[in-house]
Design a binder for this molecule. Structure first.
Ligand SMILES: Nc1ncnc2c1ncn2[C@@H]1O[C@H](COP(=O)(O)OP(=O)(O)OP(=O)(O)O)[C@@H](O)[C@H]1O
Ligand SMILES: [Mg+2]
Length: 285
C-alpha cells in the first residue's frame, strides 16, 4: 500500500503562548515497497512524523492515507492496525512479558488466535531476526543481551506480518557487530517480503548503504528528498544543517580531486567504490 502524506501539520501546546509547530506542511508520496531513510538533526520531527504515519499521534491538519485508508479515521484505523508495524526507539525498555515467546506472541494471543498458529508465527518472526526458537522462546527477557532484546522487539513487530515497517533508530546504542546484524536482517525482511520500510536514523552510512530514498527533515519541514546517488549534489545544503561526511564520502572526494574526469554519481557505496578502484588501470592510479 502506498503512503500519501498531504500538507500535514502537527502542533504542540496549540492555542497557548508555548505553541510550537513540530511538523510543518509536509507532503510526501512513498510507493509500496520503498526503503526510505528518514534523517535530520535532533528535534527536527522524525519521530513525530513517523508516529503520525503509524497513527500513533494525530495530525492537526492535512491528510495521511495508507492505500485506500485514512490514518486518522476511526473506522479505517481498525483496518490499518495490522498493516503498520512500529518499532520504538530503545524498544527493549518496553519488554514486559515473562518469556520471549509471550512477549512476541502477546498481541496475537490477545486477539484469541489458536496457540499452534501463534507458535508458528512467533517461530517464523524469531527466525527472520536470527534467533533460534527452541533456544530463546522460554528465556526471560532478563536473561538475554541488549542486542538480542532489540531483535526480539523487532520480531514482536514482524509477527503480525505488517506491510509497512516504521523503525525509529533501530541500531541506536548497539555495538558495530549487532548493528550490522540488525541491519542485514531488516534489509533481508524488506527484500523478501517487499515491505515498505521507513528507517529513521542519524547514520548517513546506513542510509546510503540500504535506502532507495533519503528524506531529510529540518525544523519540522521536508528539507531534502533524494536518491542516495544524488548525495554529492545535495551535500552543501546538508552540511548547512550539520551533516558530516562519512569516511567513504571523504575518500570519494579525495579521489575526485585527483581524477581527470568527474566520478560516476553511482559511486556512493563501499562495494561500488571497490569495484571502481579495481577497474582503474595503472595509469589512472
Ligand atoms: N511530548 C512532547 N512534549 C514536548 N515536546 C515534544 C514532545 N514530543 C516532541 N516534542 C518536540 O517536538 C520536536 C520534534 O521532536 P521529535 O522527537 O519528533 O524529533 P526527532 O527528529 O525524532 O529528534 P531525535 O533525533 O532527537 O530523536 C522537538 O522540538 C521536541 O522537543
Ligand atoms: Mg526521534
Amino acid at each position: 500500500m502506498d503512503i500519501v502524506v498531504e500538507n500535514v501539520n502537527c502542533m504542540l501546546a496549540a492555542r497557548t503562548p508555548f505553541y510550537q509547530k513540530v511538523i510543518d506542511r509536509i507532503s510526501l508520496h512513498i510507493p509500496a515497497g520503498q526503503f526510505v531513510a528518514m534523517m535530520g538533526p535532533t528535534g527536527s520531527g522524525k519521530t513525530t512524523l513517523g508516529q503520525m504515519i503509524g497513527g500513533l499521534i494525530p495530525s492537526h491538519s492535512g491528510v495521511i492515507r495508507i492505500g485506500p485508508y485514512r490514518v486518522n479515521k476511526k473506522t479505517d484505523r481498525r483496518r490499518l492496525w495490522k498493516a503498520i508495524g512500529f518499532l520504538f526507539q530503545f524498544p527493549e525498555h518496553q519488554v514486559l512479558e515473562d518469556t520471549v515467546f509471550t512477549h512476541i506472541g502477546a498481541g496475537l494471543h490477545r486477539l484469541g488466535m489458536r496457540r499452534e498458529w501463534v507458535s508458528e508465527q512467533v517461530k517464523q518472526a524469531m527466525e527472520a531476526v536470527g534467533l533460534c526458537y527452541s533456544q530463546f522462546k522460554d528465556l526471560s527477557p532478563f536473561q538475554i543481551s541488549g542486542g538480542e532484546l532489540r531483535r526480539i522487539a523487532l520480531a514482536g513487530v514482524l509477527v503480525a506480518e505488517p506491510e509497512i515497517l516504521i523503525l525509529d533508530e533501530p541500531t541506536a546504542g548497539l555495538d558495530s557487530r549487532e548493528r550490522s546484524r540488525m541491519l542485514s536482517y531488516i534489509k533481508r525482511i524488506h527484500d523478501e517480503n517487499k515491505m515498505t520500510v521507513i528507517y529513521i536514523t542519524h547514520r548517513l552510512e546506513e542510509a546510503l548503504e540500504y535506502a532507495d530514498r533519503i528524506l531529510v527533515l529540518d525544523h519540522g519541514r521536508l528539507y531534502a528528498d533524494f536518491h542516495p546517488c544524488k548525495i554529492r549534489d545535495h551535500w552543501p545544503r546538508l552540511e548547512r544543517i550539520g551533516f558530516v561526511k562519512t569516511p567513504l564520502l571523504r575518500f570519494i572526494d579525495a579521489l575526485e580531486k585527483r581524477a581527470a574526469e568527474p566520478l560516476p554519481e553511482s559511486l556512493y557505496k563501499e562495494e561500488q567504490l571497490m569495484s571502481f578502484i579495481a577497474n582503474l588501470s595503472r595509469e589512472d592510479l
